[in-house]
Design a protein around this ligand. Sequence first.
Ligand code: IPD
Ligand code: CA
Ligand code: CA
Length: 291
Amino acid sequence: MMWTPQASEIAREAGARLREFFVQGVATEYKGDVDLVTVADRTVEKLIRTRLSESFPEHGIYGEEGTRERMEQEFRWYVDPLDGTTNFAHGLPQFCVSMGLEQRDAALKPDQDGTIQAAVIYDPMRDELYTAERGRGATLNGKRLQVSKTATLAEALVATGFPSRKRHQNPNIHFYHEFTLRSHGVRRAGSAALDLAYVAAGRLEAFWEFNLNPWDTAAGVLLVTEAGGRVSDFAGGPFRLDSHEVLATNGLIHAEMVGMFVDMFAGRGLAPIPSPEEFAAMRELKAKGLE
Ligand code: IPD
Ligand code: CA
Ligand code: CA
């Protein structure tokens, strides 16, 4: 392995720092109307930036909290120092550090993707370290990962997320509704990087989200593909770091989920909004214990 041993040490150190902040409690600030940020996000990004620069002085760094270093270099780390800030700020222990390494050919245009070569995601509250290198598989605490073997959406447990910015413009609530009706359930745990790691670990069959950023997805998508899963946009086309659509599955339910996206975008969903009368009838049944 070339990069993950050093990157894992950095992620563990960063995670330990997040754990300290979490236990002691931190003040919350707003980046926009509901987008939260804390001193932990900024301090840990700085720590990762320093450590990555020591370990890989030739590599670029692109971090959520503003780091842009050596962006002309062939290798670039996408860093989310704290994925799951809203959980963290509320004292809910579901968050992680995410670091994904992209290799970019000099001929690439800025809007073209390179190849994701390495991934490290660390959950400090469970002490779970996920790693992957292209072509060498994915691991959780050193144990080889394999996606689940569940073959139908009806038997699948899936996950999604919602952005904190511009929520009213995000269509995902309709997909949340639809997939809830057609699966064992849709979880919304608040850390996209961990959701992707869980698909790789076979804990979830699939994850999708609109409008994520490269620091959310770079590491997780490599974990999924190296664990035998599949990642695409919602039409089944190639996933791109800036495409704003990610669908990651165990591979077996991929076509079925893409079919659902196609149907939904064409207005063929199952789930119309009930009328006021239908809502009233549902509430009545619930009150009588008959639902
Ligand atoms: C967020 C989390 C969340 C997802 C949001 C992301 P942050 O990242 O990954 O699960 O639904 O879209 O922005 O802001 O906590 O790093
Ligand atoms: Ca994030
Ligand atoms: Ca973050």
